[in-house]
Design a binder for this molecule. Structure first.
Ligand SMILES: C[S@@+](CC[C@H](N)C(=O)[O-])C[C@H]1O[C@@H](n2cnc3c(N)ncnc32)[C@H](O)[C@@H]1O
Length: 189
């Protein structure tokens, strides 16, 4: 039996849970959303999870196209302009830090175990996800949560492959919140 097959068996599908339910599961403390886009989910994180500190990390460069949680209503956005909008929105809030940077490189520079959770939602490629998971494991405290969006084998096979390999190597269970068309995954570090 290969590691990937073992990991598939370690997946638990939660058919009725959405990523809003996932927010209620995040442990208290500081957390990071990697891939912010228009900041819509960031707002939900602040309202539901109420982290002690929220890092909003994005490349904030070029034009980016993204859909909603169900992969519909696509929009193309000038991310330099969006960075300015998001910085204005959270100006004066000590509990929010907007970071322009590469997701995994930012994680790599955090102190070991300094975050309670990470939510990954960037370019969904295999290699980026591998790097993000690797450095999330460094930055997130034991018992913290490593989660992400777009766990969908046909549309984002790189995400599913990277998560299954990571979970198999570390013997972690993967909860799949399947209530949105594009599922989210949750692992406890
Ligand atoms: C799918 S959107 C994020 C959507 C947002 N999380 C939400 O739910 O509303 C992807 C975002 O990831 C950013 N991005 C892509 N690759 C990145 C990387 N390696 N590091 C940081 N941000 C990245 C893009 O600029 C884009 O804004």
């Amino acid at each position: 039996m290969t590691g990937v097959t073992q990991s598939e068996q370690m997946e638990r599908r939660e058919a009725r849970r959405t990523r809003l339910d996932l927010l209620q599961r995040l442990p208290p403390g500081p957390g990071a959303e990697l891939g912010v886009f228009r900041g819509d989910f960031s707002q939900s994180i602040l309202e539901v999870a109420r982290p002690s500190k929220l890092y909003l990390v994005d490349l904030f460069a070029g034009e980016q196209c993204s859909g909603d949680v169900n992969g519909s209503r696509f929009e193309t956005v000038d991310m330099a302009g969006m960075e300015a909008v998001i910085r204005r929105r959270y100006a004066g809030r000590a509990d929010v830090e907007v970071v322009k940077g590469v997701s995994w490189d930012w994680l790599r520079r955090q102190s070991a175990g300094s975050l309670a959770w990470v939510y990954i939602d960037t370019d969904h490629s295999y290699m980026t996800t591998v790097m993000e998971l690797r450095w999330a494991a460094h930055a997130v405290a034991r018992g913290g949560v490593i989660a992400g969006h777009d766990y969908h084998n046909e549309l984002f096979p790189g995400v599913v492959r990277a998560v299954r390999e990571f979970a198999a190597q570390r013997r972690l269970h993967v909860e799949v919140y399947d209530g949105d068309r594009l599922a989210s995954y949750v692992m406890v570090a």
